[in-house]
Design a protein around this ligand. Structure first.
Ligand code: PLP
Length: 359
């Protein structure tokens, strides 16, 4: 069997232990004679899966009781519309523009309400996270939206802004479960599953009770949080296999010591790579130090046209998908939860060799 170190920004690596467990259970899930894919979403076996998935996620993220966990479809991109459709009361919202995904969220929200961009790092190619103060926020805004980790640009909020009584909404697609966070600071968190949760097709929404039940009349039934809250995410057929894999990932994470242990491991991996880049005179990081993501690490080879050669040679060594996003160029190593420390060690060893061969 061949396994590579996959540095893709998403869909990304899953833990091998999770894949092996899924493989072993595939044709006959717990003596049912069916795979999870073939089980009714209303069966007892699937009810156990979805109930446990939610229980484990609550435990891992320490989600307070006054928050609902919803398993939905449509990706984080669908939430760009669902959030305004559910939260619009005064018809205006404040957004922080920290990159490509923020821009998409802003564009979609503008269809439904007045968007005020209260801070942006576009002036410097999104290489930093702008400071947010309470007095920048419109107290009448329906919510404040941030992208906690900017997958393409490689930046992340290291301090969660205090938005007072205005609910804070976060697109946490690329850093959910990577570190400990205080859920009570947010009104709503959403994330596409395909980085730290499981397969693409599942989207997780964590929403405070009081933000449910206020959807605009034109909000489609399937986008109304009330629909999924009232039915425990079983209004229609949910992405059953994705929820099953997510449950296995949550078990894996819990066995590893939960988010505290995962955060320590992620910080170690990121520090190894940033420290090597800083020490090297061949590579450099385009991102301001205080705003750097521990999940997505872009790097460049300044003054040389070697990106294509680097990516190709890395792939031949089992280091997959290191090409930077087409909008920023260079390279990007996405080192989500499932990337082992050895993957980063192997990448650094390759970078050293490549640099030596091209000095
Ligand atoms: N937001 C962020 C921060 C992302 O990284 C992505 C996908 O990579 C998205 C939103 C879009 O997610 P989806 O493809 O699930 O719609």
């Amino acid at each position: 069997m061949k396994r590579v170190h996959n540095f893709s920004a998403g869909p990304s690596m899953l833990p091998l232990a999770v894949l092996e467990k899924a493989q072993a259970e595939l044709p006959d899930y717990q003596g049912s004679g069916m795979s999870v894919m073939e089980l009714s979403h209303r069966s007892g076996l699937f009810t156990d899966i979805i109930t446990n998935a939610e229980k484990l996620l609550r435990e891992l993220m320490n989600i307070p009781d006054n928050y609902k966990v919803l398993f939905v479809q449509g990706g984080a991109s669908q939430q760009f519309a669902a959030v305004p459709l559910n939260l619009m009361k005064n018809g205006k919202a404040d957004f922080v523009n920290t990159g490509s995904w923020s821009k998409k969220a802003i564009k979609e929200a503008k269809k439904y309400l007045d968007v005020n961009v209260i801070a942006s790092s576009e002036d410097d190619n999104f290489t930093y996270i702008p400071a947010i103060h309470k007095d920048m926020i419109d107290p009448e805004a329906d919510y404040v939206h941030i992208t906690t980790n900017n997958t393409i640009e490689g930046t992340a909020f290291h301090e969660i802004p205090d938005t007072g009584n205005v609910p804070l909404v976060a697109d946490m697609s690329s850093n959910i479960l990577s570190e400990e966070i205080d859920v009570s600071k947010f009104g709503l968190i959403y994330a596409g599953a395909q980085k730290n949760i499981g397969p693409a097709g599942l989207t997780v929404v964590i929403v405070r009770d009081d933000l449910i039940g206020n959807a605009a009349p034109q909000c489609p039934t399937m986008l109304d949080y009330q629909t999924h809250s009232d039915s425990d995410s079983l209004y229609n057929t949910p992405p059953t296999y994705g929820i099953y894999i997510a449950k296995l990932v949550f078990e894996w994470l819990k066995d590893l010591g939960g988010l505290q242990a995962m955060q320590a491991r992620n910080e170690k991996k990121a520090a190894m790579l940033y420290d090597y880049i800083a020490a090297s005179d061949f590579y450099s990081s385009p991102v301001k130090e205080e705003s750097r993501s521990i999940m997505n690490i872009p790097f460049i080879i300044p003054g040389r046209d070697l990106d294509g050669e680097f990516v190709k040679a890395a792939q031949q060594e089992g280091l997959e998908t290191l090409k930077g996003h087409r909008s920023v160029g260079g390279m990007r190593a996405s080192i989500y939860n499932a990337m082992p420390v050895e993957g980063v060690e192997d990448l650094i060893a390759f970078m050293k060799k490549f640099a030596a061969d091209h000095q």
